[in-house]
Design a protein around this ligand. Structure first.
Ligand SMILES: [Zn+2]
Length: 449
């Protein structure tokens, strides 16, 4: 089979030792020399475009006229930015479900009061995608690469959202998909999604970290193609988060981008996109606020220790966090999608947060649930992981990391509709049960009789 693109156009590069290899030939996604993860790199020099030329091109693809006229791939809010995401992917290999056209909204009144009304707070609602989570941003690129590489089977371990994404995009690509899920630790919706999309669903009697261990061995010992975020093609697509935010503000980046951190794919990609914009000459950049729940906070703990050792110098913390890092056994939390004790992309997460001059925060369980309830009062039903980031922003404002007047965008990673059980349980006390079916009874409850 003739290659969809050459290794000179797009290649893999080890984040530790710089070893380079061919993206389309790779199956294991661990450097054979040092065992570290890969980044994807592209030759952007051949395009020879300036930042202004790129942004004008991307803006032209948003208008309805362009959408009608141009290639179908630009209906996607990810492939709109193809030149920055996967420039050499031929159109006939692209697997898209028209993902990525999500809104950036100003925080409602209740949320502004809760977080503190002295900052400019926005949310990018990435739950408004085909499978209801931000994973679709990366899924479209990952499955396109798999198709271009001639892959016939993909597999992933998941806390729920990755499996939904992998199953949906595999279905669209005509590729077989298997998912490993921790039994009893995902929501009914998240169990239904891969089944609906025709994936092979395997429940393991352990937690996510146990599923991930099996997954990694399936990859290294049996050559299974990974749909997890160790597959760096996912990271390329997730960069659209930053490009969408920048485009929303006329290519002016906010002061902070706040993300919940589970396995780390979102944080890694936000950082990579910010570095690209900086390299292309963007005048301003954003700091990354990485937020973890109290129950699953191994990275925030190591960042805190490193920062204490460097007297609060966040850039110097980059060299220290590794020696402070310890995997943990994740505790119980409603934010099950980020219930990860040993994040696979931890090196990338910490590199990006420290490089951006950002910070980490730990959200208490009560606060993250409260944030979800408060968002609901403004009309937005967000997932508990979004609650982690919102509570993290509130903490960071109180501690002075985020200054008065700062523009902050919170990445809402999934719709609350995937987490109705925990939301309903938390708000149980607000339910009123009528004694009978009489109109008068209801009128009495409504205090209108
Ligand atoms: Zn290496």
């Amino acid at each position: 089979m003739e290659k969809a693109f050459s290794v000179k156009q797009t290649w893999l590069s080890c984040i530790n030792c710089g070893h380079k290899t061919d993206l389309l030939d790779e199956r294991i996604f661990r450097c054979p020399r040092c065992g570290d993860l890969y980044d994807i790199e592209h030759d952007l020099t051949s395009a020879g475009k300036s930042l202004a030329q790129y942004t004008a091109l991307f803006d032209s693809r948003v208008s309805a006229k362009a959408l009608n006229k141009e290639a179908a791939k630009y209906h996607s809010g990810v492939w709109r930015f193809q030149e920055w995401i996967m420039p050499f992917m031929p159109e006939n290999k692209i697997v898209s479900l028209s993902e990525g056209n999500v809104p950036v909204v100003r925080a409602g009144k209740n949320l502004r009061n809760w977080v503190g009304d002295d900052i400019e707070l926005y949310i990018i609602l990435e739950g408004m995608t085909p499978t209801g989570s931000f994973k679709d941003f990366g899924g479209t690129v990952m499955m396109s690469v798999a198709k271009a590489a001639g892959i016939e089977n993909v597999c992933c371990a998941s806390t729920g959202d990755t499996s939904a994404m992998a199953a949906a995009y595999a279905a669209a690509a005509g590729i077989q998909c298997s998912v490993l899920l921790p039994k009893g630790k995902i929501t009914p919706v998240q169990l239904a999604q891969p089944l609906v999309h025709g994936a092979k669903v395997i429940l393991l009697p352990g937690d996510f970290d146990a599923c991930m261990k099996v997954m990694q061995e399936l990859v290294s010992k049996y050559g299974v193609y990974p749909a997890n975020s160790l597959n760096p093609a996912r990271i390329e697509g997730h960069q659209a988060t930053v490009f969408l935010i920048a485009q929303h503000f006329g290519w002016d980046l906010p002061d902070w981008i706040a993300v919940p951190v589970g396995n780390g794919s979102n944080c890694s990609s936000v950082g990579k996109a910010l570095r690209l914009l900086k390299r292309l000459g963007a005048e301003t950049t954003s700091k990354i606020l990485g937020c973890q729940s109290q129950a699953a906070n191994p990275l925030a703990l190591s960042w805190n220790s490193a920062k204490d050792q460097t007297s609060g110098d966040v850039f110097a913390a980059q060299d220290k966090w590794k020696s402070c890092y310890k995997p943990i056994i994740a505790g119980e939390t409603t934010a099950t999608a980020a219930r990860i004790g040993d994040p696979v992309s931890r090196d990338k997460v910490m590199r990006e947060i420290t490089n951006s001059g950002g910070a980490m925060q730990i959200a208490e369980e009560r606060d993250l649930n409260e944030a979800v309830a408060i968002c609901g009062k403004d009309g937005y039903f967000v997932c508990p992981q979004t609650g982690i980031a919102l509570a993290g922003v509130r903490n960071a404002r109180r501690q002075g990391w985020i200054s008065r007047g700062a523009r902050v965008v919170v990445v809402s990673t999934a719709t609350g509709l995937k987490f109705t059980d925990s939301a309903a349980a938390n708000l149980q006390r607000d339910i009123i049960s009528a004694q009978d079916c009489k109109t008068e009874t209801v009128a009495k409850i409504l205090k209108i009789s």
